[in-house]
Design a protein. Structure first.
Lengths: 251, 189
């Protein structure tokens, strides 16, 4: 092997990367060639100095910990896909919400239509009571006469209030029929205007605030409290009818 | 929904850590030698490990050390190129011409074992192509094949870069020492 070839391969020899045949050839050449031997020894010396000089940089002690926590953060796109993983529960909840909403809307609509039907019955009953001269079954301004009269005719006992001091005189009571049930009708008089106050037990537990409406020129005010439903109807103006309702509710 | 994806993800982290973290020290050393700066080295090692983790599903065994160091090296080179500090002062022609110069004259190279700082500086001044093969070979004990893998060059190129790197290092050291030190390069080391 020539010096030229040896110089090319001497590093492979130094690093133990040559095959056996090449290594033997190098060794033969080195045994004969002083110059190449010096080269080789110089390289070997340099290598051991570099390797033995603590030239490595050691990572800072917290780098591994930083890496571990970064890896755990990195592997948490799970939180991103949480929405994805819960998509069935989510769509079920959404569907349920839609069902509940439409049921509620339907309930409101049907209650409105029930109210409509009742309001129509109230007005008809009011008009009938005026036309047929059948305003009262028990004509009395004494609430102690009117209230007991309902006993045995109804399955409830309506409160009867005397509001003559406030300009709404009690005229009497009447048995009427609204929404497929017997109800109490209390008749009050304001100047020339008759007021029919219909009372029956509520089908719904919760109280309803006052709601005014108008139908065929009559004013109606509906509310419920204390487990009873009330409808006041009259050709009286709305302001005075509201005043009447306030008095009924207060006293 | 089952917990399987989460468990799989967790065991993936654990497996990755078992395979990659043992090479953290070599990874940091290479990055530090390539970048000259400890903060950049830390950041880029972390970035490299994150990259490695993302491509972990594409790792089918084999030399994990070469795999990790390849990613570390590529990450560092990308950063060096982006920051225009890639110190390719001259085109690297991977041939052995330089070795025609006889560098082994014991009178020209005088080296003190204890002068680590000077040695470190001389290594730092080597062009990056030589520096990286020196680091991988002399400090990490990588085989030519592993180096070829990491640096992505043929085996013969690894050997010629090592030869030229060593030669340059000797020259640099000789220049630095000048005539002031006169400890003869030990020929019986």
């Amino acid at each position: 092997m020539s010096c030229q070839q040896t110089r090319e391969l001497i590093h492979g020899y130094l690093d133990g990367e040559l095959d056996l045949m090449k290594s033997i050839e190098i060794e033969k050449h080195l045994a004969d060639c002083h110059t190449c031997t010096q080269t080789y020894k110089g390289m070997r010396s340099l290598q051991s100095i570099v390797a033995g000089s603590a030239l490595r940089f050691e990572p800072p002690s917290n780098l591994e910990r930083r890496l571990r926590s970064a890896l755990r953060r990195e592997s948490k796109p799970e939180t991103k896909s949480l929405l994805f993983r819960w998509r069935w529960a989510l769509s079920a909840a959404l569907l349920l919400a839609v069902v509940i909403t439409s049921w509620a809307i339907a309930a409101i609509v049907s209650r409105q239509s029930t109210d409509d039907v009742v309001a129509q019955e109230i007005v008809s009953s009011h008009v009938r009571s005026l036309m047929a001269d059948h305003l009262t079954d028990v004509p009395s301004s004494d609430r102690h006469t009117v209230k007991p009269w309902f006993n045995g005719k109804l399955d409830f006992s309506p409160a009867v209030k005397d509001l003559s001091q406030q300009g709404f005189s009690l005229h009497g009571g009447r048995l009427d029929y609204i929404g497929n049930r017997p109800v109490a009708a209390l008749v009050y008089q304001r100047r020339e205007h008759s007021i029919n106050l219909f009372v029956w037990p509520s089908t719904q537990a919760q109280a309803m605030s006052e709601k005014a409406s108008e139908r065929q020129g009559y004013n109606l005010i509906r509310w419920s409290n204390g487990g009873m439903t009330y409808w006041a109807v009259s050709d009286l103006n709305l302001a005075e009818l509201q005043q009447f309702v306030q008095l009924i509710r207060e006293s | 929904m089952s917990e399987e994806p989460r468990l799989a993800e967790q065991s993936k982290v654990v497996r990755f850590e078992e395979i990659a973290l043992p090479h953290l020290s070599a990874a940091y050393n290479l990055a530090r030698w390539l970048l000259h700066n400890e903060h950049d080295a830390e950041d880029l090692v972390q970035e490299a490990f994150m990259r490695a983790f993302k491509s972990f599903s594409g790792y089918y065994g084999g030399n994990s050390r070469a795999w990790v160091l390849t990613i570390v090296r590529n990450t560092c080179y990308t950063w060096l190129q982006k920051n225009r500090v890639l110190d390719l002062a001259e085109p690297i022609e991977d041939k052995l011409d330089e070795l025609e110069l006889d560098f082994a004259d014991p009178e020209t190279l005088l080296l003190q074992n204890r002068d680590t700082q000077m040695l470190r500086q001389a290594l730092q001044d080597l062009p990056v192509e030589f520096r990286e093969v020196m680091v991988l070979r002399e400090m990490e004990g990588f085989s030519y094949k592993e180096i070829a893998n990491v640096v992505d060059v043929p085996l013969g190129t690894v050997m010629s870069r090592l030869a030229r790197g060593r030669k340059r290092l000797q020259t640099l050291l000789a220049n630095r020492m000048g005539k002031e030190a006169s400890i003869e390069l030990s020929t019986n080391a």
